[in-house]
Design a protein around this ligand. Structure first.
Ligand SMILES: Nc1nc2c(c(=O)[nH]1)N[C@H]1C(S)=C(S)[C@@H](COP(=O)(O)O)O[C@H]1N2
Ligand SMILES: [Mo]
Length: 393
């Protein structure tokens, strides 16, 4: 199962909530936001009293293809380390011909900088009342090409994985250390073949500005097309291994459990969460008076999946799927923004659903389709795996 479930929004026609106007979808004269059910009254994203490591983005504020840094979601497992940029070094070692060390200036002065917009989504993103699918954002990242740095160091023939380690440490205890406490850095690895892709970068800037402490100053990995957990912040070490890396963030914290249906029953396979799934969300609904009626606009974003997104469709209640307009699209791994002009609106409560479709013909399934598919899979013991993604938040 490759898709995340579509998100639904119930709108109450007649309700209004006022939010600041923005760029692409700036409210026009006489246009107002329509209240969406699911948002608790006074829903706040900038303060998460239950979890200070988490800041989500209020999708109702989505007016810009590029998410401003001040609104970009934040998530880290521990606390964000404050890094002194002048003392900081990036060190590269392990199964390489020449280990290397770079200062911040060394990286800033390199000619092999690249810039691309990449959407980040936390694998724990969901439509729960706390998150409202707000663990997603799109920024333009600027940095040094990972593959050119690795080629400079020279990968030894036995190199299998490239491990990216952050400066945030967690305390662990294991029998191998005689149950003594030791510290282990936040770390994620990728196969050498993925590291040789020209797109991954060691990012120094977000939306043209140096990374802020929350987003990984001075350096983070940007791995286009992967869920958030792979984009290691506060990067300080790249270690090339001749074997698998099985740190906490690979083997425990970010796992997809695939249920393989067999004649003897389900077998669960644990894998590391990796690439994003095809997904669209409804962000906001606005309305404007047109004569004696209102005209409504449903707007949202779509991203993820193995191929370029071709279109987005919207369904009102049990009606037909209707094609939305793509208002803005850009780089391959950045979200696209879409909208749908809804003119035949009737009074009362309506359920709105969106779905994305990509160039491979893959269609983002509804919650119900997902459930039905899972049920039939179990009956015919097909090899289609079922996936359950977990991320402790
Ligand atoms: N070093 C480090 N990098 C990290 C994390 C972390 O806890 N430590 N969290 C990851 C997760 S789970 C996500 S979703 C993204 C969030 O990036 P952001 O805070 O810049 O939005 O960072 C990733 N990189
Ligand atoms: Mo995440």
């Amino acid at each position: 199962m490759r898709n995340g479930p579509r998100t639904r929004r119930d709108v109450l026609i007649g309700g209004v909530c006022g939010l600041a106007a923005g760029r692409l979808w700036a409210l026009e004269e006489g246009e107002e936001l329509v209240a969406l059910s699911g948002y608790a009254p006074g829903y706040r994203v900038d303060v998460q009293p239950k979890d200070p490591r988490l800041k989500s983005f209020d999708l109702r504020r989505l007016t810009s293809w590029k998410t401003p840094e001040s609104e970009f979601y934040e998530f880290h497992q521990g606390s964000a380390p404050a890094v002194d940029g002048s003392a900081w070094r990036l060190r590269i070692g392990g199964a390489v011909d020449r280990s290397a060390e770079f200062s911040l200036q060394d990286l800033q002065r390199r000619p092999d900088q690249q810039e691309t917009a990449v959407t980040l989504e936390c694998s724990g993103n969901s439509g729960t009342p706390q998150l409202m699918n707000g663990l997603v954002g799109n920024a333009v990242w600027t940095g040094v090409s990972l593959v050119s740095i690795l080629k400079e160091c020279g990968l030894k023939p036995e190199a299998r994985e490239v491990v990216f380690l952050g400066l945030d440490l967690e305390k662990e205890r294991k029998w191998q250390t005689g149950n003594q406490e030791y510290t282990s850095p936040y770390g994620r690895s990728i196969f050498v073949q993925d590291a040789l892709d020209p797109r991954p970068m060691l990012a120094l800037k977000m939306n043209g500005e140096p990374l802020s402490p929350a987003h990984g100053f001075p350096l983070r990995l940007i791995l286009p097309g992967w869920y958030g957990m792979a984009h290691v912040k506060w990067l300080s070490r790249i270690e090339v291994l001749d074997r698998r890396y099985e740190g906490r963030q690979m083997a425990r914290s970010y796992q997809s459990l695939w249920a393989l249906a067999t004649p003897e029953g389900d077998i669960w396979l644990d894998t590391s969460i990796s690439r994003t799934h095809l997904k669209s969300v409804i962000a906001r609904v606005t309305r404007r008076r047109a004569g004696n009626r209102f005209e409504y606009k449903i707007a949202g974003a779509a991203w993820g999946g193995a191929a370029r997104i071709d279109g987005v469709e919207v369904r009102v209640d049990d009606g037909a799927w209707r094609g939305a307009r793509i208002d803005h699209s850009g780089d391959r791994f950045a979200w696209l923004l879409w909208s749908y002009s809804w003119s035949d609106v009737t009074p009362g409560r309506h359920t709105l659903v969106s779905r994305a479709i990509n160039a491979d013909g893959e269609v983002q399934p509804t919650q119900q389709e997902l459930r039905e598919k899972l049920a039939s899979q179990r009956e015919d013991h097909s090899q289609w795996p079922r996936v359950l993604t977990i991320e402790p938040l």
